[in-house]
Design a protein around this ligand. Structure first.
Ligand code: SF4
Ligand code: SF4
Length: 370
């Protein structure tokens, strides 16, 4: 009963949030100056795919069907610098996620780039997702020196998770010289202790029912063939995701090297006239469709990824309701409270010790949310 009341309350709050969001978030013609302000107010995660290479080809990841092994292509340095400079223009103080579908620690230049972000964006919270294969005591030391805030490690058992877990964790302890501690309060994994930044480790159970369809790229593997999404998606309001080749994606579930995801490319930051604020503005029409009721289209149809927990499934943003809500005195303040409440500055992230997420983080290819 309590669970039902809780779920209904959450659904109602999300419905209110969807309807009370400012109309400008859904307008593709707003001035770039206004897009900057909205970006500053609503974006919580800026995800960067540092380079293309991953040393694995996990069956539950699109890397099992797209080659990310034979060459390594790094994000253009100029583009990376442009991202940091533009984030610095608005004094961005939320998270940068080093993720995507490459293994971030497989490329030597990652340490300098984390350092560069630290120097240019002193208030951001830098989190890196890794499969842990490259993690050694030396790598931990270099990440400390670079200024990382949090490392999320996903370990992959080959068959039985419960049987393999002790061995995998022991190997990580041996390689890093760090110690496994018990579960953190809000994180369903373990913590490696002994470093100056937070290290959270998960050993995942990748049965089909736990995996995402990845915008339809893994439709059969995920068992989502018959699924048609009606659930709203708030992702393009708060999470931006740039691929190694500068392509700005609809979300972290899609990638430019999957044929079916071409319609989910929003722009390209390698274009010198295109900024992260153009990217944020250009998500307007997708936001509108994703916050309306009904079956979602394109890459979203089969997407079972849900960064906000349950509901609302069928009700969405309605023109008349949002107009009324926007006219009620205090409604803007209320929606800002709902949106800004989970936004936390770096120090508060640290105090919580769990990364500060109010939801299971989408991030990267590694299936942290299962
Ligand atoms: S899940 Fe992670 S480690 Fe596995 S192939 Fe995808 S990016 Fe690489
Ligand atoms: S519904 Fe899925 S594919 Fe579509 S934007 Fe949301 S997370 Fe991405």
């Amino acid at each position: 009963m309590l669970h039902f009341i809780n779920a209904s309350l959450r659904a109602l709050l999300k419905l209110a949030a969807a309807n009370a969001l400012p109309q400008e978030l859904f307008d593709p013609k707003i001035e770039i100056g206004r897009s900057k302000e909205l970006f500053k107010s609503y974006v919580k995660h800026f995800e960067i795919e540092h380079h293309s290479y991953c040393n694995r080809t996990c069956w539950f990841c699109p890397n099992s069907v797209v080659d990310r092994k034979s060459v390594n292509l790094r994000m253009n340095k100029k583009t990376l610098l442009k991202i940091f400079s533009q984030l610095a223009e608005i004094d961005y103080d939320q998270s940068i996620i080093w993720g995507g579908y490459g293994e971030p620690l497989s490329d030597e230049t990652i340490f300098d780039d984390i350092r560069m972000a630290r120097d240019m964006l002193p208030h951001v919270y830098q989190r890196l997702y890794s499969n842990g294969d490259y993690l050694t005591a030396e790598v931990v030391r270099r990440l400390e020196a670079a200024g990382l805030d949090q490392l999320r490690v996903s370990l992959y058992p080959e068959s039985d998770r419960d049987l393999e877990m002790p061995k995998l964790l022991k190997s990580l302890e041996d390689r890093t010289g760090l110690k496994i501690a018990t579960k953190t309060r809000e994180y369903d994994g373990v913590q490696l202790i002994g470093s100056s930044f937070l290290i959270l480790v998960e050993v995942k159970d990748f049965r089909a029912k736990h995996m995402f369809s990845r915008g339809g790229a893994l439709l059969k593997e995920s068992g989502q063939e018959a699924y048609a999404r009606t659930l709203l998606c708030f992702s393009p309001i708060q999470h931006l995701s740039v691929a190694y080749d500068g392509q700005c994606m609809l979300c972290c579930q899609v990638r430019p090297d999957v044929k079916e995801h071409q319609s989910a490319i929003v722009g390209n930051l390698n274009d010198e006239h295109y900024s992260i604020f153009h990217y944020y503005r250009d998500l307007a029409l997708s936001r509108e469709v994703l916050l309306c009721s009904g079956i979602k289209k394109g890459v979203c149809t089969s997407c079972n990824f849900n960064p906000f927990g349950a509901g609302p499934y069928k009700l969405g943003r309605m023109g008349s309701l949002s107009k009324i809500l926007n006219k009620i005195p205090g409604s803007k303040a209320f929606v800002n409270y709902l949106w800004l409440f989970p936004r936390m500055d770096r120090e508060r992230y640290k105090q919580r010790g769990d990364g500060g997420e109010d939801y299971c983080d989408p991030g990267t290819a590694h299936q942290k949310c299962s």
